[in-house]
Design a binder for this molecule. Structure first.
Ligand code: SF4
Ligand code: SF4
Length: 191
């Protein structure tokens, strides 16, 4: 249960509630179990978010992301590296190959799947480079890895489908979305 201090602030079209978060859910098991019970609620929540002003919502998501992310240890989780399809560019492959002291050809053969339009993805899920929940090529990791879960980026509303795909396994996304329910005054139906 969250212990919060809250104050209402008015914005142009919507009123968000600023909350100082004292507790976030860290248990991956609880997150997964809770997510299983919230499917209908989250479908309604997505519809609720789509009605909000995009820029104001971006600001609020970025505020919550900045509060919550420092409280979560990615090395205790590693779920994105276990479940993401990682797109890479030729320049990133060059850099990673050099870092691993491999030729680019050998790197591609071992780690890369190529598609049409120069699409390149890492050819295994979980990612080859994950070991003990740590990235073994951290210095050379790819833009998609650095960006995830991308809550700091604008146009959050356009990415709701992807965000919710990871709600049950990314504690950052889970906690931001749960707090967003409070701060955007989403009505949770009591069972
Ligand atoms: S390259 Fe590193 S950060 Fe990216 S998915 Fe693989 S293990 Fe994770
Ligand atoms: S799934 Fe989320 S919390 Fe887990 S390692 Fe990735 S970004 Fe960090």
């Amino acid at each position: 249960m969250c212990e919060c201090y809250s104050t209402g602030i008015s914005k142009n079209k919507f009123t968000f509630t600023q909350i100082i978060i004292l507790h976030v859910e860290l248990s991956l098991q609880s997150i997964q179990e809770n997510a299983g019970t919230k499917q209908q609620e989250n479908d309604r929540f997505v519809q609720h978010l789509k009605q909000l002003n995009e820029e104001e919502l971006d600001t609020e998501v970025q505020r919550l992301d900045a509060l919550i992310t420092p409280q979560i240890s990615c090395t205790d989780c590693g779920n994105c590296c276990k479940g993401l399809m990682v797109n890479i560019t030729a320049a990133e492959a060059d850099k990673a190959a050099a870092g691993l002291h491999m030729s680019r050809e050998a790197f591609d053969e071992k780690y890369v799947e190529k598609g049409s339009h120069e699409l390149m993805i890492i050819n295994s899920i979980p990612c080859h480079f994950l070991s003990d929940n740590k990235c073994t090529i951290y210095e050379y990791r790819f833009a998609g890895c650095k960006e995830f879960p991308a809550l700091h980026l604008p146009q959050f509303n356009q990415r709701l489908f992807t965000v919710m795909m990871h709600y049950d396994r990314c504690p950052i996304i889970y906690n931001v979305m749960e707090e967003l329910k409070n701060t955007t005054h989403f009505e949770i139906e009591k069972g």
